[in-house]
Design a protein around this ligand. Structure first.
Ligand SMILES: [Fe+2]
Length: 147
């Protein structure tokens, strides 16, 4: 599964929106490398995804903290869990190779995480950025459904 960045992902802070686009690019390249079974590239791309996520998460949390937004605790918890999961995947990759990431369905799980996180957890951030809440996930899924 490849993920396509779209306006529903935007939160209205240009730096965060461009970071998110870069994260999406890196996630797609990681998925390509996993599917191709290129273990050294997978390790490097997993590290690039972690780096992009950490930068983006830090700015999101700083914006929420500066605004005194109550969603910070829940939002930060989701970020921490993803970083922990990425670290566990890096360990699994080192121990068992690309099969460990295939078994964890990383190439589809990670794009789905971004979609769900943006649709559900970025609401308050998007409100701060003047974008209003992102469309709900069911609404977006319905809009993308091919008749
Ligand atoms: Fe976030």
């Amino acid at each position: 599964m490849r993920i396509q960045w779209h306006s529903g992902h935007a939160v209205g802070f240009p730096s965060i929106d461009s970071q998110q686009q870069e994260l999406v690019r890196r996630v797609n390249k990681l998925g390509d490398a996993i599917r191709a079974g290129r273990v050294e590239e997978v390790a490097a791309r997993l590290d690039l995804v972690r780096g992009a996520a950490a930068v983006q998460f830090a700015e999101e949390e700083a914006r929420l903290r500066a605004a005194g937004d109550r969603s910070l605790v829940r939002h930060r918890h989701e970020h921490l869990r993803l970083i922990e999961d990425l670290d566990a995947l890096a360990d699994a990759l080192a121990a068992r190779g690309v099969d460990a990431l295939r078994e964890a369905r990383v190439a589809s799980w990670l794009p789905a995480w971004i979609d769900v996180h943006a649709a559900r957890t970025h609401r308050e951030l998007a409100a701060l950025g003047g974008r209003g809440p992102a469309p709900s996930l069911p609404a977006r899924v319905a809009a993308q459904r091919v008749p």
